[in-house]
Design a protein around this ligand. Structure first.
Ligand code: ARG
Length: 463
């Protein structure tokens, strides 16, 4: 076992099992780059404060860079290390490389603020990657919207056919959701954007550290306000987990939609063979396993968020070791979101629309609103028109028929306001074309929405 950073206080060596139990290196080695970046800045701040000589700063920063490159070239260096955590690993490696000078790096600093810094740096650099992955999914959704053209399908409320909409409108509705998630991740990133160094273990540091210099050097826009709060604050982790959990809820809902729409019952889209799975017993089966896994994993990420909230809720002020659990939780949430978003994007990208099926499904009694609107345009009050249209729908439903079976005489038995323009008014295309507002499924609104999404994507992929 490598020596710990705190052995001076103790007479007995740590129990091997208990030490292994408390180790976080296998998890927090993911923060290596951030730990080195933070330590480099800290060394420079100590130099500015006159605590380290320029030669010491130089030796330390070179040594740190050496470690970064060494691990990059050979991951086993950290994978096989036996240190308590990533901070201990870096410090031990530094001392091994540059000797006594390395022992000066931790002056005035605590691992409590160090881990806060590392994790903030990590989330700040990882959020853009997650956003890019989500943008990839938005691109797949926008691609489906584009290729659907003017195809129509039913929209649903209460999972009952509601009104005809453009297939493109449906895909763009899911796209909007993931754009919102990108913004939520931006908010989480903003919450992580506070530079904690200078807080010390809890009371602040006794050295003249220029925190503004540190914030600028490390790319933060703000410095934390209170050392006690900083020591035990992991709200930014909760914000990140919330963004992950919300995104998983959305991925799950999209997965559920696609599972339904590709089922024999709906048959609106065909799953590509390359993303479907078969059954060991039933030769005809084509299962949407990847989407079911996405739906299944969403529960876990919600659990990670609520688990983390439970971990935080009973803690006394300041750092407590319980907080070490945050990394395993957040990394798992991050990996799950990225994996699920990528898989979902592939499934969506490779779907094939069956426009005849969706048009037929959009052509039945769900045109009843159009019938009512038709009568309103003829001057009838909406409530009365609703009544008339409802009566027609009821009769058709009972007779197992739809509007296409009605003659003009049939129509006029319900109201003399009907004339032969009614036939063109009760088609899914007319229903869609009648929608006028910018959020609507009206073809020009959808074209504008698609254009807007595409320019957002352009920005996301070039920033
Ligand atoms: N591995 C620890 C964590 O992740 C680093 C901070 C340790 N601080 C301490 N006082 N033991 O929370």
């Amino acid at each position: 076992m490598s020596g710990s950073l705190w052995s001076g206080r103790f007479e007995a060596a740590p129990d091997a099992d208990v030490f292994a139990y408390g180790k976080s290196l296998p998890v927090d080695k993911r923060l290596l780059d951030d730990d080195i970046t933070g330590s480099d800045a800290w060394a420079r701040a100590l130099g500015k404060a006159g605590v380290l000589s320029p030669t010491d700063v130089d030796a330390i920063t070179r040594g740190l860079e050496d470690i970064r490159l060494a691990v990059r070239a050979n991951a086993a260096l950290i994978d096989r290390a036996d240190d308590e955590d990533v901070h201990s690993f870096v410090e031990r490696e530094l001392i091994a490389r540059i000797g006594e000078t390395g022992k000066r790096l931790h002056t005035g600093r605590s691992r409590n603020e160090q881990v806060s810094l590392d994790f903030r740096l990590y989330l700040r650099r990882r959020v853009p990657e997650i956003q890019k992955t989500l943008a990839g999914l938005v691109a797949a959704l926008a691609g489906q919207a584009e290729s659907a053209g003017q195809a129509v399908m039913p929209s649903y409320t209460h999972l009952r056919r509601a009104q005809p909409v453009l297939v493109a409108h449906v895909w763009l509705s899911h796209a909007q959701v993931f754009r919102r998630d990108c913004e939520r991740f931006e908010a989480a990133r903003h919450e992580a954007d506070l530079m904690p160094l200078g807080s010390g273990a809890i009371a602040g540091t006794a050295y003249d550290i220029d925190t503004v210099f540190l914030a600028e050097r490390l790319g933060f826009t703000r410095v934390t306000a209170n050392s006690i709060d900083t020591s035990g604050d992991r709200d930014f982790v909760a914000a990140f987990l919330f963004a992950c959990a919300m995104t998983m809820v959305h991925l799950s809902r999209l997965a559920e939609d696609v599972i339904l729409w590709t089922s024999e019952e709906f048959g609106f889209f065909e799953l590509h063979d390359s993303v479907a799975t078969g059954s060991s017993l039933m030769p005809q089966k084509k299962n949407p396993d990847p989407l079911e896994l996405v739906r299944g994993k969403s529960g876990k990420v919600g659990g990670l968020l609520s688990g983390w909230l439970m971990t935080m809720k009973g803690l006394p002020l300041g750092y407590n070791k319980d907080l070490q659990e945050d990394k395993a939780i957040a990394f798992e949430a991050e990996d799950t979101v990225i994996g699920c978003a990528r898989t979902t994007a592939t499934v969506v990208r490779t779907l094939t629309l069956r426009p005849d099926v969706t048009r037929t499904a959009a052509s039945g009694l769900l045109l009843a609103t159009e019938v009512a609107d038709y009568l309103v345009h003829k001057g009838m009050p909406f409530r009365t028109a609703h009544e008339v249209s409802g009566k027609i729908a009821r009769d058709l439903y009972q007779g197992g028929r739809d509007y296409s079976s009605m003659t003009l005489d049939d129509w006029r038995r319900y109201s003399t306001e009907f004339d032969d323009t009614i036939f063109a008014a009760v088609t899914p295309e007319a229903a869609v074309a009648a929608r006028l507002t910018p959020q609507s499924t009206g073809p020009s609104a959808v074209r504008a929405a698609l254009g807007e999404i595409n320019s957002w994507l352009q920005e996301e992929f070039t920033r």
